[in-house]
Unconditional design. Structure first.
Length: 388
């Protein structure tokens, strides 16, 4: 069969001529008209080649679409710039839900750290829960460690552990404990005030007491009993004549200040107000002086140890000088139910809450005060009470 065409044929004419135009013609050939308009003269004639060509074009179209979608998602969806290391970094991240916010607020209020964010590890060692179908994996089991403990060595998920009745994986943390050295207990060991023996009167009194107690030793023949008696009598004489050494008071309060505190306390209990006020002012002055001396001595110790490259006592003194860490408030909820953990947001929320309290409508019901006894707002304080 030959066909003669006068003029320039269109792609539709060539498709109809090459494949025929009938009811049984495949409609997908006409759907590919924009793609094959320039290659209409090279289209295959057999049905198998036509199906292969259409399938190849469809596969190329799907791959191109998927690649384009992934490229657009990679360029438009923001990712983590770096791995999160602290709770504060995770709290500032937008990728969290309600449960994540509750966990972060709890850890921040209790000064805890999430152990899973400390160590770099593969994703398979991070997911703690898998769905039944296995298509969804999440990290919902955590180990929290106090910021004061530097004992965490590693934290990861062990997939090989098998537990029945749960779809969670085993989370294991490796901790390194620093055991303190055991001190030898001295029991009830008494330390005597041996400096008092420098006084000749006290030394002579102690010598006479020991000599008098040694008179009973001549009648003893058993060596064990002799030693026990000698030890007991000697210690008893030392306790009566010398006495125990006074324990040194820890802190910066001097002996003079302690005496003034006792005098002020005695004056208050005796009811002498004028003397109590005067002693209180003097005590506050002495406490300020002792505090200044204590801080100055610590600063001098720090300087001396740092100059001698002795860091342990220097940092110990610095720890005494620094103030205690401020307590962190827990998270509060806003009017719409959102959790607020930062200090600025909490201040705004508290201001809003107290503003609403001041503008609240007064109660509709009046308080009935009939029959109530009035309370004296300025009772006398000088009147003595008598016990019946």
């Amino acid at each position: 069969m030959s066909v003669t065409i006068r003029g320039t044929p269109s792609p539709d004419d060539l498709i109809g001529i090459r494949f025929g135009k009938g009811d049984s013609d495949p409609a997908w050939l006409y759907a590919l008209r924009p793609l094959v308009s320039h290659t209409i003269h090279h289209l295959p004639q057999s049905q198998g080649k036509r199906v292969f060509m259409a399938t190849w074009w469809l596969g190329c179209f799907i791959l191109t679409t998927a690649y384009t979608a992934n490229l657009i998602a990679y360029l438009t969806i923001p990712a983590y710039p770096e791995r999160l290391q602290t709770v504060e970094q995770l709290a500032k991240s937008p990728y969290r839900n309600t449960n994540s916010s509750l966990l972060l607020n709890f850890a921040r209020s209790r000064r805890l750290r999430i152990a899973g964010s400390w160590h770099q590890r593969p994703e398979l060692h991070r997911w703690t829960w898998y769905s039944n179908a296995g298509g969804v994996a999440k990290e919902i089991d955590h180990i929290l460690v106090s910021t004061r403990w530097r004992i965490l060595q590693n934290c990861r998920v062990y997939r090989s552990a098998e537990f029945f009745g749960t779809d969670h994986r085993l989370v294991v943390a490796t901790l390194k404990l620093h055991v303190k050295s055991r001190r030898i207990s001295r029991g009830n060991h008494t330390v005597f005030h041996l400096e008092k023996l420098k006084d000749l009167t006290c030394a002579h009194e102690y010598a006479v007491a020991v000599s008098n107690r040694f008179d009973v030793l001549g009648a003893l023949g058993d060596p064990v009993e002799l030693w026990d008696t000698f030890k007991r009598e000697t210690l008893q004489a030392a306790k009566e004549c010398i006495g125990e050494r006074p324990r040194s008071r820890r802190g910066f309060v001097s002996t003079e200040t302690l005496e003034k505190i006792e005098e002020s306390r005695a004056a208050r209990l005796a009811g002498n107000r004028d003397q109590h006020r005067a002693l209180s002012r003097r005590t506050r002055t002495l406490l300020g002086r002792d505090k200044e001396r204590y801080v100055r001595s610590l600063a001098e110790d720090v300087e001396g140890h740092l100059n001698a490259n002795d860091l342990r006592p220097a940092y110990r003194a610095l720890k005494k000088l620094r103030s205690k860490s401020p307590s962190r408030a827990s998270a509060i909820r806003t009017a719409d139910g959102r959790l607020v953990s930062d200090m600025d947001g909490q201040k705004v929320r508290w201001a809003e809450y107290f503003g609403q309290l001041f503008t609240v409508d007064p109660p509709n019901e009046q308080l009935h005060t009939t029959g109530l006894q009035a309370v004296d707002a300025d009772p006398p304080i000088d009147k003595k009470r008598t016990l019946s």
